[in-house]
Design a protein around this ligand. Structure first.
Ligand code: ADP
Length: 285
């Protein structure tokens, strides 16, 4: 039996606008010819009103986050430039305490710059209306690896990947997913053990399932969901630098494409991050 559903905007005799949802089924005879239809209509005006308020509130919030992070860039640039000038021109004249204070200012500005950059990327992933493209995942991962070249060289990391397929997404978003997860695989390495990162892919129910495995510090089972929360970190900034936005950004991108993202991990052995994205033909846009 095939169930169908639909929603209608209806103007009642008193002139008020109401919303109705209907769920119905078509009955057919033995030859497959429709003979009758049965179903139910119910009022969803209140649900529609709340959904609309939520949508407007989310739009306001996204606009606020964008403006706040965007407008922070300019004063931040001044702090960076002038504290660098102070260090290079007057550094020798400062006593050790003043130099330490100046270093704190520069470090703080660096952390804030990372935060602003990540917040803007998160906002873009949440609000971008740009159409998705047929993206070659090999090009996206190569761009991500090129951006991580410094960290790869510094740690002696080995990153290898299978030939990857095409997926339906924005190129920049796929690159950000790879860059965040591979970047984390390198950052959260075990002391003295060079990172080994392997990326594989296989079909999963009409989608592509990507898996990124590392040999790093791993994640305790009770934190496997928490790590995807915005600003959620398991470590302090002086242990590992970061903003707690990277995995939330990955989750936001994947979920906007009706995909899933999750992690399997064994503490002190390593982690595997999995995510699914639509194939060019399975896209539901
Ligand atoms: P960031 O790395 O900026 O802190 P993320 O959102 O990318 O933020 O990650 C959230 C947290 O998840 C990290 O702070 C870290 O504690 C944990 N984490 C992420 N990736 C890994 C990994 N590959 N191995 C171990 N822990 C990880």
């Amino acid at each position: 039996m095939l169930f169908r559903s639909s929603e209608w905007r209806v103007i009642w005799p008193d002139g008020n606008v109401h919303w109705l949802a209907g769920r119905f089924q078509v009955h057919k005879d033995t030859k497959g010819i429709p003979t009758r239809m049965s179903g139910v209509n119910f009022e969803i005006t209140e649900r529609k009103r709340i959904e609309n308020e939520l949508r407007l509130a989310n739009e306001d919030l996204a606009q606020f986050a964008y403006s706040a992070s965007h407008d922070l860039q300019e004063p931040l640039r001044s702090i960076k430039i002038f504290s660098e000038l102070l260090a290079s021109r007057y550094g020798a004249k400062l006593d050790s305490e003043a130099q330490e204070f100046l270093n704190n200012v520069r470090e703080g500005a660096g952390r804030m710059e990372m935060l602003v950059r990540d917040l803007l990327a998160y906002n873009h992933a949440s609000t971008s209306e740009k159409a998705t493209e047929d993206v070659d995942a090999n090009a996206a991962i190569q761009a991500a690896i090129a951006n991580l070249a410094g960290a790869i060289a510094e740690t002696g990391a080995k990153v290898d990947f299978d030939p990857l397929p095409h997926v339906r997404v924005q190129q920049i978003h796929l690159q950000q997913i790879f860059q965040n997860i591979i970047g984390n695989a390198i950052k959260y390495r075990r002391p003295g053990i060079p990172p080994v990162v392997r990326i594989t892919v296989r079909r999963d129910d009409g989608n592509w399932l990507f898996s990124i495995t590392d040999n790093g510090i791993g994640i305790e089972p009770q934190f496997k969901e928490k790590v995807f929360g915005l600003f959620k970190r398991l470590h302090r900034s002086d242990e590992y630098s970061g903003t707690g936005i990277g995995l939330a950004l990955c989750q936001r991108i994947v979920e906007r494409h009706h995909g899933r993202i999750w992690v399997e991990s064994e503490p002190a052995k390593g982690s595997t991050f999995h995510f699914t994205l639509p194939t060019p033909s399975s896209s539901r846009e």
